[in-house]
Design a binder for this molecule. Sequence first.
Ligand code: EPU
Length: 442
Amino acid sequence: MGLVGDKITIRGGRPLVGRIEVKGAKNLVTKAMVAALLGETPSILRDVPNISDVRIVRGLLEAHGVKVTEGDEPGSLMLDPVDVESAHYADIDAHAGSSRIPILFCGPLLHRLGEAFIPDLGGCRIGDRPIDYHLEVLRKFGAVVEKQESGIRMSAPNGLKGTKVELPYPSVGATEQVLLTAVRAEGITELKNAAIEPEIMDLINILQKMGAIITVDTDRVIRIEGVDSLQGYQHRALFDRNEAASWAAAALATDGDIFVGGAKQAEMLTFLNVFRKVGGAFDIHDDGIRFYHPGGDLKPVIIETDVHPGFMTDWQQPLVIALTHAHGVSIVHETVYEQRFGFVDALVEMGATIQIHRECLGGHPCRFGQRNFNHSAVIAGPTKLVGADIEVPDLRGGFSHLIAALTAEGTSTVSNVGIISRGYENFITKLRLLGADFDLAG
Ligand code: EPU
């Protein structure tokens, strides 16, 4: 990609046209790397994107003695956990505030070393993002959790034992916490109200390759029989459906035509339905999906984000730009994160008509309705966006700002774009390939 400066100056108005490729999903790859800690032999993970979240997890694994080297093809990593050891405090602290993945190191480290220390967590500021479910889960397995000023220290003086867990909400991270801890815990674990995102199913595929015994029942129940040891795995990561949906949204909003190599239909069914309802078109191919604006007016929609198989929260931000072009009033009811509309202020500055409400506007009440969170957006279109100086607030909001600038009349300067490389591999090169008109600055 070359070095991404912190700012990009975009001259809007050109449709994005061409072909780009997506690699493995950020939200699977980073967890698959943690799973390698559980093996007694090295693992090979293929289709790993070159994004900063992957580099952070790699750094944390290396701090714990895991040897990480290039694997057997470009984009693959070999992860050798044979010499796992406790990390030096300074090496862990260097990663404080950078990502949410360190919390998932706890179970595997407790199994391997009997203790774990994790730094303060980072990740996008899209809500409070507590870790209470994670800590509760770990305590149930028998971990002793001690919060310290600079992080959380844990130990498992009597080992970890299978348990019964019912999550208050089907949290992706807490489900992964249970999986990564239960596979080597003594006895059986039953998890109710589990998240069942495709990335979680792919993590289960990986754990089964390692020797785990995991059953996924109907009604969000997962059962795990603990085993004494696990081996390394070889796995090609599931494609990044969030990245694919982001480029699809860019194609629609810019009147463009983008072939997203590596995208697959099954994991995007819900997105594809909404894309079609808004007025977008797509062709499914064996090696990817072509997304395009077939001409005609875009139509308004009502979207409620939800856990899988619902409409993913990560898809709403990029799609909102196309909704500012739709003829009529659209509603986006965000039910997963309480503050995921921080990106909207910049769009209003650019000429969009968007109001944010505290009420649940999608039709179904959600857990945020009673709690005074600004979590419903009403978007009245069509509006023309005009160029402005805007600042990226978070990963997906940042991508939506890029799309906004690409569709706007005139020039926009988007700052803080480094955040986007947390989850979008080579996005600058991809923008260039698709014909975007921009300069890197600052
Ligand atoms: N929650 C709690 N307590 C917890 C954990 C979660 O209250 O201990 C709440 C959260 O605050 C949130 C809801 O449960 O309101 C759902 O959070 P979840 O745990 O499912 O999210 P996550 O695991 O932190 C992952 C992805 C997110 C994605 C969500 C939902 C990773 C690294 N992150 O987050 O991805 O939006 O699942 O699918 O996998 C992104 O890629 O930009 C991103 C934010």
